[in-house]
Ligand binder design. Sequence first.
Ligand code: ADP
Ligand code: MG
Length: 365
Amino acid sequence: MISVKNLSKTFRDKLPEFTVLRDVNCEISKGEVISIIGPSGTGKSTFLRCINRLETPTSGQIFIDGEDILSPKADLPRLRRKMGMVFQSFNLFNHLSIMQNLCVGPVKLLGMNRTDAEQQGLRLLQMVGLANKADSMPDVLSGGQKQRVAIARCLAMKPEIILFDEPTSALDPTMVHEVLTVMKRLADDGMTMAIVTHEMDFARQVSSRVFFMYDGIVYEDNTPDVIFEHPTRPATQRFINRLRNLDFNIESKDYDFLSMEGQIRAFLANYQVGMPRIIQTLRLVQLLTDRLLPFTGPVDLTIDYSERNKNIYMQVVQHNYSEPILNRDDSANAALAEFHSCCEKITDEQQDDARLLRIKTNVVS
Ligand code: ADP
Ligand code: MG
């Protein structure tokens, strides 16, 4: 239904120029529910706004039902009518009653007669649980109610796809659920939807696919299970596991290891990691730096803490070395044995001229 090819968008109105979308490629089929997640500033809103041409892409192609909406010949008003958009900030017409909000589009743009539009409006208000508010003005409604009206108003235009841009981000936490429930109902009814959201549980439940946007592209496009349970690419893993990291570049054995220990301690304590695990992490670092690493060249050390599953990971790159460091059969080496006993998982592999170690530490208490 929607096919996006090599879409790019560079903002040139302000200097310096800023490329938000570098090369976006994706397909959305009829009936799919796509959640779009990713750190802020990665172009999720810009992407939705390009799809319905609120924004003009710099290059690339967007096909809606096979029609290129970027072509000068495209019938934009008709193409836009196929797409509804729900914004973070509702955008209701505040001088019109709820019912008038639901009728103005169908009457003016679709040529529906007033009675039919009102009947439809009432049916839609029932669907979003607000039939008793038909004659109210928007400003007496709560945020969650306004957003449900905005969804009903969108449906009144009989769109083929609805684009949602963080529909619950501006709401009080107590009102998020009522809006998500309405959206879930739409998904169950087979509505095609693309939803930019930070509600991960919701995304996981309703989506057929999830796009993780990062660095101006759809960086990972996968099923919710893969994205949320075992994402395949590094930036997705960092985002999903809410990894906080601390990096060190150790040039030689003369490095200030005492200062490094202090920083690791403070970093983990900051995330309420308990003392036994802090001590274990420091011990692992000490075994590495005192006993196990050959220091044939600089060492890059990263400590990762996952706020999601509370795991502590380490990544070590020993440059100019090509022998196993941890995965060696060296049972006489007490340091190696102690190291292994503190880790749940270790990989030790070659990467160009360096040895790359990835470690998941044991949970101790
Ligand atoms: P997201 O929705 O993922 O947070 P956005 O698409 O809103 O990201 O924006 C991505 C980046 O593009 C942001 O850094 C934002 O400042 C910039 N940006 C958005 N709109 C404009 C604009 N009209 N002019 C210049 N920069 C913009
Ligand atoms: Mg946004």
